[in-house]
Design a protein around this ligand. Structure first.
Ligand SMILES: Nc1ncnc2c1ncn2[C@@H]1O[C@H](COP(=O)(O)OP(=O)(O)OP(=O)(O)O)[C@@H](O)[C@H]1O
Ligand SMILES: [Mg+2]
Length: 326
């Protein structure tokens, strides 16, 4: 890892205004991504993953508001840029995204190739012929035969549409790609192929990526590090191996479907039930405490700080020492 992160998110708070108050979708969130690194962000539905992605790319619903924080990209705070500056210099050119559900937003009456060419020409000054060449190269890069460029979206399988969306996101040669739940509608084999494609692109294109998912095993093969997100916050992050083989946060156990008994030898306590909280009125203290089998008094009252387990592994849990001992 090089010294300065490509992207650093500091204490970001992004809330939605709704009847009854503010939905605290991103609430004091820290994140860093280095050049050439692939980071997975994993959490259940409603934990704020897409809200975080939309804040980074600055495509925000009108009822949202950023309350605090910094989003440093190459050292520059993106939140201080005007919309025009961000659009001209950053969005799609430096930071790009495959939105959640994006493959359904392909225009059904325009060929895949034309849609990629349109994206290129909207931002770059080049001839249509050059843009077609670039589009064909992009399709090749994502594993689609360029001869298929003249096909319409309905002629593509789900996996191919998703590859086309990735090609489009790469059209302007960004240095950071955010992929939000890009494989949810696909079968497991195609899911793995698409995720591995993103990992290969990292090697070929000098690209950093953020892969957002519900599923730790899915991001396992492609991610260098994994951030676990719960109720608007990061609760644990570490190298992929640390998260997968030595998880520390009870919520990460839940995601991995194995809960140790911290009073004795590793036994499985079984399933953790319930769902993430309503972020209009999140629980006090540790937001996971109502679902956590290890909750004690302090968990209800005080928010746990992020503590260091190793150089790369960090966990926010009051009972970390007991869990470490188990
Ligand atoms: N435009 C909006 N207005 C009000 N609340 C919103 C809006 N968009 C999202 N939310 C709320 O913000 C919270 C976080 O939602 P978000 O979509 O970021 O979660 P997610 O982790 O991406 O979930 P999923 O895995 O289902 O995609 C949820 O409580 C959601 O209901
Ligand atoms: Mg989402």
């Amino acid at each position: 890892m090089s010294a300065a992160p490509l992207l650093k998110v500091n204490n970001l708070k992004m809330y939605y205004s709704v009847e009854g108050g503010w939905v605290k979708a991103v609430d004091g969130l820290f994140l860093d991504i280095y050049r050439n690194e692939c980071v997975g962000i994993v959490g259940e539905s409603g934990c704020g993953k897409s809200s975080l992605a939309l804040t980074i790319i600055r495509v925000l619903p009108s009822n949202s508001k950023i309350f605090s924080g910094e989003i440093l990209f190459e050292g520059e705070n993106m939140l201080e840029l005007s919309e025009e500056d961000f659009r001209k210099r950053i969005r799609w050119k430096k930071i790009s995204i495959v939105f959640q559900g994006a493959m359904n937003s392909l225009n059904p009456v325009i060929t895949i190739g034309d849609q990629i060419v349109e994206t290129i020409l909207a931002h770059e000054n080049m001839s249509k012929k050059e843009a077609w060449e670039r589009a064909e190269n992009l399709l090749r890069l994502v594993g689609i035969d360029p001869k298929r460029a003249k096909s319409y979206p309905f002629e593509f399988s789900g996996g191919m549409k998703q590859r086309a969306m990735i090609a489009m996101a790469l059209a302007l040669n960004p240095s950071l790609l955010i992929a939000d739940e890009m494989t949810t509608a696909l079968d497991v084999i195609i899911q793995a192929q698409i995720i591995n494609l993103v990992a290969e692109l990292k090697r070929g294109l000098n690209l950093s990526s953020i892969i957002i998912s519900h599923d730790i095993p899915l991001v396992f093969s492609s991610s260098d590090r994994i951030f676990i997100m719960y109720a608007g916050k990061i609760v644990e992050h570490g190298s992929t191996e640390e998260i997968y083989y030595s998880p520390m946060h009870p919520y990460t156990f839940l995601l991995l479907d194995s809960v140790p008994d911290i009073r004795g030898k590793r036994r499985t306590l079984g399933f953790i039930e319930g769902a993430p909280p309503n972020l209009l009125d999140p629980p006090t203290g540790c937001r996971f405490h109502p679902r956590c089998p290890f909750t004690i008094d302090i968990c209800r009252k005080e928010e746990p700080e992020m503590s260091t387990v190793s150089f790369s592994h960090h966990v926010a849990c009051h009972r970390i020492e007991e869990i470490t001992l188990s």
